[in-house]
Design a protein around this ligand. Structure first.
Ligand SMILES: Nc1nc2c(ncn2[C@@H]2O[C@H](COP(=O)(O)OP(=O)(O)OP(=O)(O)O)[C@@H](O)[C@H]2O)c(=O)[nH]1
Ligand SMILES: [Mg+2]
Length: 233
């Protein structure tokens, strides 16, 4: 199947090739319910994806430190096992709940919807979902998010967008993370951006380092702009 952004199947929805039956219809149905709830409370929902260890939780911590005086933020974290990421995020002073998937390699809309009542959505401007770390399964599941943001760490190698195209095809933003390590790694930002934009020419890109703070202002400004648009929608 060719990779075209315009069709739902190409955006990562499993389907029966001969009949065009969408095999993730139940997930997409719940995703629409989540979207409606977020529209009502005017909460911006961001689905953060990446390979394992690319810096998602560290970025959540940094973002919370920067933005917690400007808006009310909360996080929902998915992991195969352990509460460690939610514990780390709570240390930044914001609400964080852990979804332990018990071995499932992605989050599904149903999981998000069941946990949503734990959040006072009317009081939350920005809700992050930190997805389970891998570039394959999470690409296929719409969680009702406004935006999908994928971290692409310099430590992973710059060949990933073409090897795992669906994740980049279905993302709105690619954050090239751990850029403080660029002097020590055989990684070309130009090459990774070119490959990612070959897959998805609309993809926005910011180079960041949660360690030294590079790009974090730009990332936070992007978020503030999206929150503002959501609240005035
Ligand atoms: N050098 C450098 N290391 C970073 C940066 N951001 C995160 N790290 C380190 O990378 C490792 C993984 O970071 P996490 O934030 O736990 O990554 P994650 O994507 O949440 O990991 P999983 O939830 O397990 O998929 C940790 O040792 C972090 O300290 C960065 O900007 N620069
Ligand atoms: Mg994490």
């Amino acid at each position: 199947m060719s990779v075209e952004k315009s069709t739902k199947a190409a955006r990562g929805t499993a389907q029966c090739e001969n009949t065009n039956i969408n095999l993730l219809k139940a997930n997409d149905y719940v995703a629409e319910i989540i979207k409606a709830e977020m529209a009502k409370s005017k909460t911006l929902l961001i689905n953060v994806t990446s390979s394992a260890g690319s810096g998602k939780t560290t970025l959540m911590q940094k973002t919370a430190e920067r933005l917690k005086d400007k808006l009310t933020m909360a996080v929902m974290v998915g992991d195969l096992e352990t509460e460690r990421d939610a514990d780390r995020i709570r240390e930044s002073g914001i609400q964080a709940l852990q979804i332990v998937t018990g071995g499932i390699c992605h989050l599904e809309a149903q999981m998000i919807h069941q946990v949503l009542p734990e959040y006072k959505l009317n009081e939350i401007d920005l809700l992050f979902i930190e997805n389970v770390g891998n570039l394959v399964c999470p690409a296929s599941f719409d969680l009702g998010e406004d935006y999908r943001v994928t971290l692409m760490a310099t430590t992973e190698g710059d060949d990933k967008p073409k090897k795992y195209p669906r994740m980049f095809l279905t993302s709105d933003m690619m954050l090239v993370s751990k850029c403080d390590l660029l002097p020590y790694l055989p990684f070309s930002v130009d090459a990774v951006v070119k490959d990612a934009r070959d897959v998805n020419h609309e993809l926005e890109v910011i180079e960041i380092s949660a360690l030294n703070g590079d790009g974090i202002d730009e990332w936070c400004d992007w978020l503030l702009d999206k929150v503002d648009k959501k609240q005035n929608s």
